[in-house]
Design a protein around this ligand. Structure first.
Ligand code: ZN
Length: 115
């Protein structure tokens, strides 16, 4: 928890705009593989803290719709994959051959929502 709070402060303090995904937490809790990870992450608490910190430091918090295909979209050419399993930690585009860490690829796509 302490780590999450400082992460929220770090994000809010050093970035003019912070983008997070509005995760479908209740839906994900039904998936046993994800339930523990979500519970540990305490997304709602993290979001609450982040909202507070953004207000404190004058940053803009953007919450992206949970259906935005941030993980499935190629950040290089924009092609959207039909499927992307949770085991696929590296995004590999079949169209342009682009390859990048899954979370980094998603983060780039999210950053474009507000730029
Ligand atoms: Zn591509």
């Amino acid at each position: 928890m302490t780590q999450q709070i400082s992460l929220g402060r770090l994000l809010a303090k050093n970035h003019g705009t912070v983008v997070i995904e509005d995760l479908n937490v209740s839906g994900m809790m039904a998936n046993h593989k994800l339930a523990k990870a979500i519970a540990d992450m305490s997304f709602f608490e993290f979001r609450r803290q982040l909202t507070y910190k953004c207000e404190l430091y004058g940053s803009k918090l953007v919450v992206v719709d949970r259906w935005f295909p941030s993980s499935k979209t190629c950040s290089n050419c924009g092609t959207k994959k039909e499927t992307l399993t949770l085991d696929e930690r590296v995004f590999e585009c079949s169209e342009c051959g682009f390859s990048l860490d899954r979370d980094l690829n998603a983060a780039i796509n999210l950053s474009r929502v507000v730029s």
